[in-house]
Design a protein around this ligand. Structure first.
Ligand code: HH2
Length: 292
């Protein structure tokens, strides 16, 4: 009989001098938006004290890394000046450093000025939702600091990306555009072993496009890099589950379990503890822990 069990290819990720094998367990990147206007947690962690408390809370809940952002990229969002963006995230970078970086920190920015300050403060990964389109200097910077680099796919820019996005074959086109971004990164000195790819759920995609990407996520493994996915409380979940952002946890867990079974190595989430529990099941189905 054919083996119908889901599987996930292992993938290696280099950060600094260290090399990690991804895929035995789904990694959880906890979202920490120090913004007044993010679509779900906007304003909740905008103050330094709340942001630092949230960092420690997500670490205790079992996050594998923290993705720190100071600019919302929700549809329609306006860009924030680099200095203001850095002012928002700096207290968390400082607190993480004081705590001896118990978890790797990724800086979710499209600006080299912000990324450089975060890398100086000890961030290990640059999360670029424009895949080097907005600020190509991010590539040389990531290379110089020997940091990880997340290349996320987006069509257009946040201000306008949801105006009638069109694709022929969305998976093939997103994958080809990510392949081109990977080549551009390598051309600017980035070691491919440091790159994570992300199809950019909700970034210039309709509900149908997002569902198609999740269904066929396994096709992204052809690029040979770890795959990250971020569905957390996004509007396609609202559309499918008929729920506003505060009521999208169950849909988010379902989407991320499906993503893990289809090959995601990392999921980007607002709700760390709930994901740890849900993903334990996905990982068990994939043949990983628990061992007993
Ligand atoms: N989604 C958001 C922001 N950054 N980075 C990656 N790699 N993948 C994603 O899917 C992704 C991302 C948008 O979500 P959120 O940060 O929750 O909201 P906002 O942009 O409003 O701050």
């Amino acid at each position: 009989m054919a083996d119908a069990a889901p599987s996930r290819p292992l993938a290696r990720l280099r950060l600094g001098d260290r090399e990690f094998e991804l895929g035995r367990r789904t990694l959880v990147a906890g979202i920490l938006n120090c913004t007044p206007d993010s679509f779900f947690d906007g304003g909740l962690h905008a103050g330094p004290r709340e942001a630092v408390a949230r960092y420690h809370q997500m670490a205790e809940e079992g996050a594998d890394w923290i993705d720190l952002g100071g600019e919302s990229t929700r549809p329609g969002a306006e860009p924030v000046p680099a200095l203001e963006e850095w002012r928002r995230v700096e207290p968390v970078c400082a607190a993480a450093r004081r705590a001896g970086h118990p978890l790797p920190l990724s800086i979710d920015t499209t600006k080299a000025e912000v990324a450089e300050r975060a890398l100086d403060a000890g961030a290990a990964i640059v999360n670029d939702v424009s895949a080097l389109r907005f600020d190509p200097r991010l590539a040389a910077l990531a290379a110089r600091y020997r940091a990880g680099l997340i290349l996320m796919h987006m069509r257009g820019e946040p201000r306008s990306m949801q105006r009638e996005p069109r694709y022929g074959d969305v998976v093939a086109e997103v994958r080809d555009e990510l392949a081109a971004a990977l080549r551009a990164a390598a051309g600017r000195g980035v070691d491919e072993a440091r790159v994570v790819i992300d199809p950019g759920i909700g970034f210039g995609k309709t509900v149908a496009h997002n569902l198609e990407i999740l269904r066929r996520l396994g096709e992204f493994s052809l690029l040979g890099r770890p795959v990250m996915v971020g569905c957390s409380r996004k509007s396609f979940i609202g559309a499918v589950c008929d729920a506003p952002p505060p009521e999208r946890l169950e849909g988010t867990l379902a989407a991320h379990v499906a993503a893990a079974l289809a090959g995601a190595h990392v999921v980007r989430v607002h709700d760390v503890a709930a994901h740890r529990r849900a993903l334990a099941l996905a990982d068990a189905l994939l043949g990983g822990p628990p061992e007993s």
